[in-house]
Design a protein around this ligand. Structure first.
Ligand code: PNS
Length: 159
């Protein structure tokens, strides 16, 4: 069984994330989407809400599992016998930090990181920018799945 993990904060999941997850799901038998818990960073969405949104937008991919995890990504991989981390690379600006993490993770446990070039349509896209634009009333309908747009609008109107 070939397994891989797509890790991230997913606060919230965007079309860019979804593109990488769907491509990983075609390459591997089982793809884990790991929502990494960072207690130092309060998100817009609670972990359970992020998971539910991911679950809804990945429902069509039968080999995708979603979980929250607190700790080192290499430990998550070890516990589930996952040899590969799949990450999207948007631009050269992503490369420095992603390379550092990939090398650190490989040095810690031998886990490999596979970089997938982001679909150019989403090369500028991040959860942070989506939240900022949506906060000020900008249109992000083309950047996130409809259910995420609805959750964003609800959250931002309420808070
Ligand atoms: O979506 P993000 O916030 O860019 O994802 C970053 C994430 C969660 C993948 C990264 O911070 C991570 O792997 N965190 C888990 C803790 C860990 O293993 N840190 C060491 C990385 S070398």
């Amino acid at each position: 069984m070939r397994r891989a993990v797509c890790p991230g904060s997913f606060d919230p999941i965007t079309n860019g994330h979804l593109d990488i997850i769907s491509r990983a799901s075609r390459l591997y038998d089982e793809v884990y989407v790991a929502v990494m818990i960072n207690k130092a960073k309060k998100g817009l969405f609670e972990i359970d809400e992020r998971i539910e949104l991911i679950r809804e937008v990945t429902a069509e991919y039968e080999n995708v599992r979603i979980e929250a995890f607190h700790g080192l990504l290499v430990d998550y991989c070890k516990q589930r016998d996952i040899p590969a981390i799949v990450k999207g690379l948007r631009a050269v600006s992503d490369f420095d930090y992603e390379l550092q993490m990939a090398q650190m993770n490989n040095g810690l446990s031998g886990v490999e990181t596979l970089f997938v070039p982001t679909n150019p349509t989403y090369s500028f896209l991040s959860s942070s920018l989506v939240k900022e634009v949506a906060t000020w009333g900008g249109d992000v309908a083309h950047l996130v799945p409809p259910v995420v747009l609805e959750a964003l609008n609800k959250r931002l109107r309420k808070d």
